[in-house]
Design a protein around this ligand. Structure first.
Ligand SMILES: [Fe+2]
Length: 452
């Protein structure tokens, strides 16, 4: 005889999901506040992605860059006896290499995670497709390593969540090839409902198992609870292990990586960032090590924007800006991506709240598709520093063509089409001679003008 519904292990998570995420829009439509003739759509319902494989099969497979020429394969099994090993090779079905890694698991109140495997594989060749199998079970997966030289294309989408809009964004992302996915925080919107972390992992697997996904944390990853979980990030750190050790960081909440002439720094908006903090000191030393001859482009990613003309989350990134802006400016960081505000906004180059040709371009891209919907209302009149702003779901692409030129485009989700609503060519500050004292020295050295 079938068990009563309430004894089914999926019943409670489903009930909680429906309670917290009702299948109707959570905020009233403010479409009349908008000026464009593009009709903006309301939030869409949460997609709960079920587990259909066996207990020993891998689920929630995702990949990430793990230091020079290495990638990390992460996955989860219900079966605790599955080994943390990955077989791989460049021919489908023929695995001539194997690597053994580590595993972890965690508890959160009454929830116990599966076995979370992390295996680093390599050294790998650039721009090469590798086929791999996790733990000796289940389907074969494949990924492509990033190129060693330009061009390289980064996809950027923050505040992703797991709604029908998320699925739409991911399908638009996948409609054109790219090399690395960057997520500036707010991944699953599990918000303590741990089965939603599993559901998110299954939703993104078709994409994250094929291209490296590099993430940093947002407020929705914190999941703090007084006394019991005072430090938070329990699920995030266990599931989304990033290459912090490979970049000299002591925390999974901030790290950096290189990819084809680009140095990308993933900062943490929700850990200490003041001048005497570990993150600040790490950032200072990481920037000091950047060799602009090898990585002419320097990109910073964080969650709470330092500049925004949206009414949502106004000023939440201000204390971090005050603490760290000088470091970024003196290092001639090219672009700063952030999320948190559920809209798209591109600014000009800024330093100290003024337009400055040697400051970073600031881009807010928290419009991946989460359940909370869009941040529809911007300040009026707008700031002259804000070049383009729009509250629509979408994603961005940074195609770095060479050491001096990169093309940025923002792709609005427009149901079946992904419409390019904003685009601009960027010149790297490495090749912007007016930002350096001795541009073009034969030994390649450059001195920041501010160090005069
Ligand atoms: Fe956020």
């Amino acid at each position: 005889m079938d068990k009563p519904l309430w004894l089914n292990p999926h019943f409670l998570p489903l009930l909680l999901t429906i309670f917290f995420f009702p299948p109707f829009p959570l905020q009233p439509s403010l479409l009349t506040a908008l000026q464009s003739d593009y009709v903006r759509h309301p939030p869409r319902k949460v997609v709960v992605t079920q587990h259909h494989r066996s207990k020993s099969d891998p689920q929630q497979v995702h990949t990430s860059l793990a230091g020079k020429d290495y990638m990390r394969i992460s996955w989860i099994t219900d079966d605790k006896d599955v080994p943390s090993e990955v077989e791989y090779g460049t021919v489908s079905g023929r695995y001539n290499a194997m690597a053994v890694g580590d595993h972890t698991s965690y508890h959160y109140f009454f929830y116990s995670s599966g076995k979370i495997h992390h295996v680093n594989i390599g050294p790998l060749e650039p721009s090469t497709t590798y086929y791999y199998r996790c733990g000796g079970h289940g389907p074969e997966f494949s990924f492509k390593t990033p190129p060693q030289t330009f061009p390289i294309e980064f996809v950027v989408a923050g505040d992703l969540g797991q709604t029908e809009w998320t699925a739409s964004t991911l399908s638009h992302v996948d409609s054109k090839d790219y090399d690395v996915f960057i997520l500036p925080g707010d991944l699953s919107y599990a918000d303590t409902q741990q089965p939603l972390w599993d559901s998110f992992g299954r939703l993104v697997e078709p994409y994250a198992s094929r291209r490296p996904w590099m993430v940093t944390e947002g407020n929705h990853e914190m999941e703090m609870f007084p006394i019991i979980y005072p430090h938070g990030f329990k699920a995030y750190n266990a599931r989304w292990l990033m290459p912090y050790q490979q970049s000299g960081s002591t925390s999974n909440l901030y790290y950096s990586f290189n990819a084809a002439g680009s140095h990308v720094i993933m900062l943490g908006s929700y850990t200490d960032f003041d001048g005497d903090s570990a993150q600040y000191k790490w950032l200072e030393s990481d920037l000091a090590k950047v060799d602009r001859k090898k990585t002419p482009w320097v990109v910073v990613v964080l969650h709470a924007p330092w500049h925004s003309t949206n009414l949502a989350h106004k000023g939440e990134g201000e204390s971090m800006r005050k603490a760290m802006e000088d470091l970024l400016y003196k290092a001639r960081v090219d672009v700063v991506f952030s999320g948190h505000v559920h809209a798209y906004e591109r600014f000009t180059r800024i330093y100290d709240n003024k337009a400055d040709p040697c400051g970073p371009v600031y881009i807010t891209i928290g419009d991946g598709g989460n359940r909370e919907g869009l941040a529809l209302v911007f300040e009026n009149p707008t700031s002259e520093l804000s070049v383009y702003r729009e509250p629509s779901f979408g994603h961005g692409r940074l195609r770095v063509v060479n050491e001096s030129r990169a093309h940025w485009s923002w792709h609005r989700n427009n149901d079946s089409d992904s419409f390019v609503a904003d685009e601009v060519w960027l010149q790297s500050l490495t090749t912007t001679e007016s930002c350096w004292l001795y541009p073009g020295n034969t030994d390649g050295s450059m001195v920041n003008k501010d160090e005069l």
